[in-house]
Design a protein around this ligand. Sequence first.
Ligand code: GDP
Ligand code: PGA
Ligand code: MN
Ligand code: MN
Length: 621
Amino acid sequence: MSARSSLVDVRNAVLDDAGLTNAQVRAFVHGWAEVTGAARIEVVNASDDARLLREAVDAGELLPAGEGRYYSRSHAKDTARSEERTVVATDDPADAGTYNNWRPASEMRPLLEERMRGASAGKTMYVVPYLMAPPGSPLEAYAAGVELTDSRTVVLHMIRMARVGVAHINDLAAPNTFVRAVHVTGDLDTLGQGTPDDQRYFVTFARERTILHYGSSYGGNALLGKIAHGLRQATFDGWASGEFLAEQFLLLGITDKQTGRKYHVCGGMPSASGKTNLAMTLAPDALGDRYHVDFYGDDIAWLRVDPADGRVYAINPEFGVFGVAKDTNELTNPTAVAAIAPGTGTIFTNVAYNADAADVWWEGRTPEPPADVTGWRDWKGELISERPDGERNAPWAHPNSRFTTTLEHVPNIAADFDVPRGVPIDAIIFGGRTRDREPLVRAITDLAEGVYDGLTLGAEATFAAEGTEGVLRYDPMSMRPFMAFPEGAYAAHWLKVIGAATDQPIFAHVNWFQRDPDDGHFLWPGYRDNLRALLWLVQLRNGEVSGTPTPVGIVPTADELDLTGMDLRPGDLDRLLTIDVPRWRQEMAHRAEHLEQFRDVPEAIWEAHRRVAAALDAPQT
Ligand code: GDP
Ligand code: PGA
Ligand code: MN
Ligand code: MN
């Protein structure tokens, strides 16, 4: 027997043992095992977690960080998503948009195969079947996938972030409808990250439902269920099928215990702009004891209209939380602190680490770093005690350092978080880091104006993507890094999907990040107080408050906002609730330019733009 056929036999035996019967999946596994040259394959179920953790610790890939917690360091050149190297490839040039970095599939396929060829030699190729939806969801047909990866750390992250197991792909209604996702790490020392000779490629072949990512083990590039399938592929699938939207959205529920009513809010904010905190920190005793906030999701929501009642329903396709560590503490986010406590199986990435104490630290975990620096190493693995003078004040943790934990450990996880139908949406919000112009909240009651607002979301880019921090840029619906098809079609798809609802959600733009122009302090304390803005919004939808109409939406009056117990500086509240009309007039010119980059922007969006511009130009009363 030749060496090759014996390898095939060995692989078949592994697949048989794992009970992986889907012939299409088996063929996919064999094909990529050949290309990558992996020495062996292993099929993963979520129940393998404890064993894989032990193996990872024995191999030094994970370090112990206290009871049931783990520490990992991704490569120093590999700590954030790379938008530049991320591509959507198809065989139809009409799929090219402004932000999706479209390239011909016929050109990208050989490039990726060439890079991946033999690149997993000597390694195990893990076969990770997953489902990006609650089981039984009406969108389940779009949710199954198989990630092949040569990184055990990536497997352990996938087990936390997605529903993982062979059962999810064996019994598909159509055996071929799974996303084929291949992740090959590559030699991170020699990939020229960020140089003109960058070897990395992160490509979604959207029409083939195939994802090939080469050259990173950072979660945002390597967890293919979450980032590439849950967003890029799914937004494309939602458009191609006409059935749904896949958005970078948080999803939460607010229960008013006095009236017993429950509201569901979802919304988009760019990466590292407050989604996880909004979904988590509001609970459980928000504003005294009157309200309870349920966590449904913090990064992705898929939305569709249920014909049974004409409402928009949302699911969170994920199973865990991949959260920004920075500034997570008992005061800002006690819920997150509990979700990553000892015993939760949390994996920390790129925070500071102390092997002797088996402990982790990040900026903002405590007001000051540990006083005794003995044993502490920064995110690059360098001893704090041996830092050269010039680096004394450098952060210990990478600003984009993360924690990964599962939904079951989030104390305010909703009892119905995995109901297949999803939950009905009352409000859709957009927001981001905007230091001026954007008030605390402005509500929008017209669908086209709401979609227009999302399309013109402008905010400061963050450390979650390489090389963009602080740059002011437009980030449509917070989907700029995940856009898979042209923006004009994207807007039309939104109008069509949400327009089909007979009971429409209200829209709003929120901003927790407005700053004082003189001393730079945040005008609004943020975090748990953000609930106050959301409460006003649902009250507005209920007709319980009426707000003040402005050219850019309805803002709360000072007495409509519940500010009990807050200690805002004089003047700050005023600024938070005021529209700076001259500043907004300038903004409108930029928005026109922004929209003009896009092909086929629906006329309804241009009309919304012109309505807002005309209202701003009219004499203000
Ligand atoms: P996500 O990436 O959109 O989920 O954002 P996160 O919720 O993880 O927050 C990103 C960063 O912004 C973290 O360092 C948070 O501590 C910080 N942050 C989140 N919400 C607020 C807020 O309301 N006010 C302020 N000032 N910072 C916030
Ligand atoms: P985030 O998730 O939005 O919570 O930062 C990761 C990402 O979008 O890169
Ligand atoms: Mn995100
Ligand atoms: Mn988040």
